[in-house]
Write a protein that binds this ligand. Structure first.
Ligand SMILES: Cc1cc2nc3c(=O)[nH]c(=O)nc-3n(C[C@H](O)[C@H](O)[C@H](O)COP(=O)(O)OP(=O)(O)OC[C@H]3O[C@@H](n4cnc5c(N)ncnc54)[C@H](O)[C@@H]3O)c2cc1C
Length: 699
């Protein structure tokens, strides 16, 4: 049986869900094929979304109109804003989620997304044909028009000139046109997105036991990677691991330290209502066709400004000790990481407990977090104890921790090796440079983490849909989004270990804050047809209120008599003369909140903000306090944009440029960067190589 779509997404993990949701919501008729519908958006490792730098990515996904923020809010059992003691560039939201409800919340979103069909099956092979030459002609691979709405809407989108990355000079000689499945189905499409995660030739390890699998109790995907690699896409191996899951009834919680969540009701989504199903229900602007109204009796529906309403559950802290370490060390000869069984590279920053012992032999304890998996389960996740040691070693070692004396586990920790594809063979749109019409997102590009996968999935979904009608791709810049940094790093630098996002990877951290992702991306998401008109409306209202506060702070003169007593109370010098409110807010001890009781006009202004008062005041305050740093980064970003605008692909035969270093020549030939800015970020290309190119370009 053969069927036709605009976009096919292989795999419903975190990348696949966002990709399918985005493509369908934009208007492309989309098919999501996944092995097991009951494992949609399964969190393979810890049941938590966000964290340092990752939380910023989730906020960006949400601002663009993706669903991860909504789903997280609907299933949160503990929310914390990490790094609150540091500057706002470092604040990072993190939510512990109910693992089971997260899956069902995603299913509900996907099952109610117009233009989206789900098919439970396993893809065996990618169908690839010789390329007819141009992108537009891909439409010929599909004989009928399945989705008239989709076509109309896709054609109505305006190209985004500033973010175009389509390379007219380099046409892939192959084109992906469809997939074949194990159930004997053939599906054809104009764009295909591969998001198969850790499943490609997955091999699990527990001690000396080796089991083929994509994840615990799930089969691997065995033939698919070969069907792609045979066309010249480079493939390599990586590994990752996960800890034991514990039965809470066997734990003595009185011997651990409780770690509660934040008490303020924060959430991930900027949209004031917690449900993606309610987003798009009314129309305020021009983009009416972007999201058909869903009349869902959604269990996700929430209340403005509040999170989902699941009870907040604490996490628990305990430590390993010398006796535990001794037992683990005795098991090392059976560790697949240390007996040669596993050869591939794992995530350095997320080491197994055995790696921690070997790397830090002097440490006499390691911190462990016991994290609940949900509201109606006894299953707990032991963060910090990832291991692929034999099952008996894992259990015996843990029983040497007082709180775990009587420990029973549901599942052991294990490691997994899997295939990924070299991301330097991608365009910034996430389309393959080797096989046109094939987009790759998530773990298959060498990244690790749900958020990194989802961010790529969203971009792949948008661009795969736009590819169907030959529209320019959306490419986010490094000063626009962590997602932009992530994709640019993958494409320009490649990966030699599982890539996860850190704040240190972003050179414009003050611009890429978790509080302002809506300001950076909502309008772009709306232009793409993804962020609803209501979302845009709420963002514009917020922007107006923030600007009102900033204007007030610039204009309002503070008199000494009004504030000096308060300033002394707050431990900061009294005013020697009057000053503008903005100047006073520059002091670290001073906030709008603590000045408001002394300044009735300021209080009145704040009281006129009807919705999301705290969020708006906080945003205005950050902008006022950090205006100097923000202006400096904007200036630096503008300088980089000048290089970003100089297109070099196809303009040089690098091998003949003797004035460039040998390494620079090799790297430039291998990567063939699109712009001079991208060239400057390739490891091995020196600033003097860039200067030579500038001279040759006559600049
Ligand atoms: C054991 C383990 C430990 C991990 N530990 C960590 C960690 O410590 N920290 C961290 O950040 N990340 C960790 N991860 C990685 C994290 O789970 C992934 O980064 C994230 O899930 C990647 O999302 P994805 O969408 O790319 O793929 P996945 O979430 O893996 O989803 C892939 C989807 O594709 C489907 N699929 C695969 N092949 C086919 C096919 N041929 N046909 C149809 N469907 C297919 C699967 O059924 C699945 O739904 C771990 C993963 C595993 C398995």
């Amino acid at each position: 049986m053969e069927k036709y779509y605009d976009v096919i997404v292989i795999g419903a993990g975190h990348a696949g869900c966002e990709a399918a949701h985005a493509a369908a919501r934009i208007g492309a008729s989309t098919l999501l094929i996944t092995m097991d519908m009951n494992k949609i958006a399964q969190m393979s490792c810890n049941p938590a979304i966000g964290g340092i730098a990752k939380g910023q990515i989730v906020r960006e996904i949400d601002a663009l109109g993706g669903a991860m923020g909504h789903v997280t809010d609907a299933t949160t059992i503990q929310f914390r804003m990490l790094n609150r003691s540091k500057g706002p560039a470092m604040w990072s939201p993190r939510a512990q989620c109910d693992r089971g409800k997260f899956i069902w919340a995603w299913r509900e979103v996907l099952e109610n997304t117009p233009n989206l069909h789900i098919w439970q099956d396993q893809v065996r092979r990618l169908i690839v044909e010789d390329s007819p030459g141009t992108q537009g002609s891909l439409a010929k691979t599909r004989p009928d028009a399945q989705s008239p709405n989709a076509e109309t809407h896709l054609e109505a989108q305006s190209p985004i000139a500033e973010s175009s990355s389509v390379c007219s000079d380099c046409v892939a000689t192959k084109t992906a046109v469809g997939v074949e499945t194990y159930l004997g189905m053939t599906f054809r499409a104009k764009s295909i997105i591969l998001t198969a995660g850790t499943f490609l030739n997955g091999l699990m390890h527990i001690g000396r036991v080796k089991l083929p699998g994509g994840r615990c109790a799930e089969p691997p995907s065995l033939e698919l990677a070969e069907s792609i690699a045979q066309h010249g896409i480079r493939v390599a191996r990586m590994k990752t691991g996960t800890p034991v899951r514990i039965d809470a009834r066997s734990v003595d919680f009185s011997l651990m330290t409780e770690q509660p969540g934040d008490t303020e009701g924060r959430k991930f989504s900027y949209y004031p209502f917690s449900s993606p199903a309610s987003e798009g229900a009314a129309s305020f602007g021009s983009n009416k066709s972007s999201y058909n109204v869903i009349h869902s009796t959604s269990s996700l529906q929430g209340v403005a400004g509040e999170s989902c309403g699941l009870p907040s559950l604490p996490c628990w802290i305990t430590y390993t000790n010398e006796a535990v370490h001794e037992r683990l060390r005795a098991g090392l000869p059976d560790s697949p990481l240390y007996n040669g069984q596993i050869q591939s590279i794992g995530p350095r920053y997320c080491p197994s407990i055995e790696t921690k012992l070997v790397t830090f032999p002097d440490k006499d304890q390691h911190q462990l977090f016991l994290e609940p998996e949900g509201t109606n389960t006894n299953e707990y996740y032991l963060n910090g104890f990832s291991s692929s040691l034999p099952i008996e070693v894992q259990i015996e070692a843990l029983r040497l921790i007082p709180a775990f004396r009587n420990l029973e586990i549901y599942r052991p920790g294990y490691a997994i090796e899997y295939d990924f594809f070299d991301p330097t063979q991608l365009h910034h749109s996430l389309e393959s440079r080797v096989i046109s019409g094939l987009f790759l997102a998530g773990q298959v590009n060498g990244t690790t983490g749900y958020e990194e996968a989802a961010g790529q999935g969203l971009i792949a979904g948008i661009n795969a849909a736009r590819h169907c009608t030959g529209q320019d791709s959306l490419v986010l810049q490094r000063d626009q989004a962590y997602i932009g940094v992530l994709i640019d790093d993958l494409v320009c630098k490649g990966v030699d270990e599982p890539y996860r996002m850190f704040t240190s990877r972003a050179e414009y951290r003050i611009l890429l804050r978790q509080d302002n992702a809506d300001a950076r991306l909502t309008e772009i998401g709306h232009r793409m047809g993804l962020a609803s008109s209501e979302r845009l409306y709420h963002y514009l209202k917020k922007k107006e209120e923030v600007e009102r506060i900033i204007r007030f702070a610039e204009d309002f003169s503070v008199k000494m008599g009004d504030v000096n007593a308060l300033l002394e109370q707050l431990g900061t010098a009294p005013l020697a003369r009057g000053c503008k409110l903005r100047e006073l807010l520059g002091r670290p001890q001073i906030s709008i909140g603590n000045l408001a009781p002394a300044l009735p006009h300021l209080r009145q202004l704040i009281d006129t903000i009807a919705e999301r008062q705290d969020e708006i005041v906080e945003e205005a305050e950050i902008q006022i306090k950090y205006s100097g740093y923000i202006a400096r980064e904007v200036e630096q970003a503008e300088k980089m944009h000048r290089l970003e605008n100089i297109r070099i692909r196809g303009r040089f035969d690098y091998s003949t440029l003797q004035s460039i270093s040998t390494e620079g020549r090799q790297k430039l030939t291998a990567h063939d960067p699109e712009t001079l800015a991208q060239a400057s970020r390739i490891p091995g290309v020196s600033p003097s190589d860039i200067n030579v190119l500038l001279v040759l370009l006559g600049r």
